[in-house]
Design a protein around this ligand. Sequence first.
Ligand code: MOS
Length: 733
Amino acid sequence: MKFETPAGINPIDQLKVVGKPADRIEGPLKTTGSARYAYEYHGEVTNAAYGYILGSAISKGSITRIDQSVAKAAPGVLAIVTAENAGPLQTGKFYVSRFLAGPQIDHYHQAVAVVVAETFEQARYAASLLKVGYKKSKGSFDLEALKDSAQQPAPSQFGPPPQTLTGDFEGAFKTAQVTLDEIYTTPDQAHAMMEPHATIAKWEGDKLTCWCSIQQMNWGVRDLANILGIPKENVRLIASYIGGGFGGKGTVLADLVAASLAARAVGRPVKLALQRPLMFNNTIHRPKTIQRIRIGADRDGRITAIGHESWSGNLPGGRTEPATASTRLLYAGANRLTRLKLAVLDLAEGNAMRSPGEAPGMMALEIAMDEMAEKLNIDPVAFRIKNDTQEDPEKPGRKFSTRKLIECLQTGAEKFGWEKRQTKPGSIQEGQWLIGMGVASAIRGAPIAKSAARVRLDKSGSITVETDMTDIGTGSYTIIGQTAAEMMGVGLDQVTVRIGDSSFPESPGSGGQWGAASSTSGVYAACVKLREAVANQLGLDVEKAQFSDGKVSADDRSFALGDAAKSGDLIAQDEITYGELSKEFAQTTFGAHFVEVAVHAYTFEIRVRRMVAVCHAGRILNPKTARSQVIGAMTMGVGAALMEEMVVDKNVGFFVNHDLAGYEVPVHADIPYQEVVLLEDIDPTMSPMKAQGIGELGLCGVAAAIANAVYNATGVRVRDYPVTLDKILKNKV
Ligand code: MOS
């Protein structure tokens, strides 16, 4: 099915199943511990050996020797894989990292060797007996020091152009009546998902099957085949359940490569999980940014110039953190500039983390907007509303498919009780706590991608859906089931959803906030085909056929749905592809975040007391799973605002706090009250589902709303995340 013109009325609009807050269909499996994660396929894989990765102890240089004699003789050891005996390895097509070091070392904890043994403990012990000689060379680890020499990056498919210019930014900024010019920084962040990167690899002849934990099956197959130099057809990946990804498991990382090589070396299946400390320096992370925001406005508060520049670093060839993306679309202003600069660093690879670019970019931009509102003596909500735009500010005339930023801000202000906020910082005190309120806008692109599915009807009237979409904790199983149930006129309990297997029809997987809208549209397309097959089988006119309550009827004839499969299952498969609507319209999701904090008047400890988010993201396929996505994102935003930072040791060149004791993330108990309002709407330009993604939108702006609330409580403006008490203290005294 090709989707080229905005969707009209279709069976999804019945909203008997779609749009309802259905419980997760895999919920009981997860809560009883019977949903199996990558490391847990004990039935399918017997006789597995265990792999253990030894990470590099230096950040840059080369390996001079690996003395394996003692390790090899250790109990249970089956093989030791290094660059010397692994055979030729390429990189993948999404990450630039090499997943096995040698002789060159690119970054700390890059895999130097994979030890394979009968048990995990034996593999770990033997790894400790390897004697690796290194020759160190000087690396670069300090983005600040490299800022001035950073270069304009090559254009990337995954972000805004390196530079955009509209009107005369420099001239308009110079002559603006009120101006702001500030630097903001965001630190290196870890995805810190619960389930580690893990793989069980099994070869049967030249065919490789891996049970793994990745978000995009199609990229995974492509990348693993490319890295190992084998045909894509010989690779099958399975990831039925994924214990969190947040962009950190997009495609192949070291666990998949190491397990595959190890299994080939020992002629047995191999299980391998990255030990937690390796996850921080061996895999990918959200890179640090330095951002300069300049805003010029007239005295009435109308923005006349807006400029956003961002610097980040990466391994050679790595991508730029696309922090300027949101600034291109969020506010009006005739004169505009965005610019990205990239430095080469010898830290682990920086790459996608939930809302890449937009999350850290909004952390800067939305503090700047708060500062500007204060300079203009305008309420920060009113200032944002005043600078709303109903067309793409870089391309006048190009409309947003839907845009309700103003409604998000107004609804949020009302729900939150924004009118109680005092403009003057430090005005409200309760006992020893200073109370502050903050706001930020949210914006996140709503990409959509081609997606395929297969659906099967059996004679009992049950439906089975298959697509290689993944569920990283988001609710994919449930919304895919709801889509098929709605289309075929059956209850959700009549639908079996099978996903997370690369042998199923290809979806774009979970990433970029495209998963929900894309994968359900693929299921829609397949169901349109199945409806045709059912009508044909029963001799009904498909245009007139009604599918509801397990029946299919047209004119005055009615059948049980399963009757169409009496003489054998009916199977239909299709793929949805897209025309030009995403070019014609700016397809974007919007929101607003409101936060109340309490800051201790003497210690400056910060507590988040209340959070309200309003989101506008097309049709909400399931308000329960959508709300959970936003609640999770808001919680992640608290981490970004107040806690999360991978601290760089600039001498040795690595992230020091590489475990969950040193890298802190918030939990539910840290935030007593979270409210999510989902504005009801549809976006017919997106797909027949009329839905958009929401999982990444929920994070955009949150941290800035918190930083703004801390300012409102204390009068101290911290522009360097995370906002911690020492930074307040330093400015207070
Ligand atoms: Mo997302 S950071 O593209 O999984």
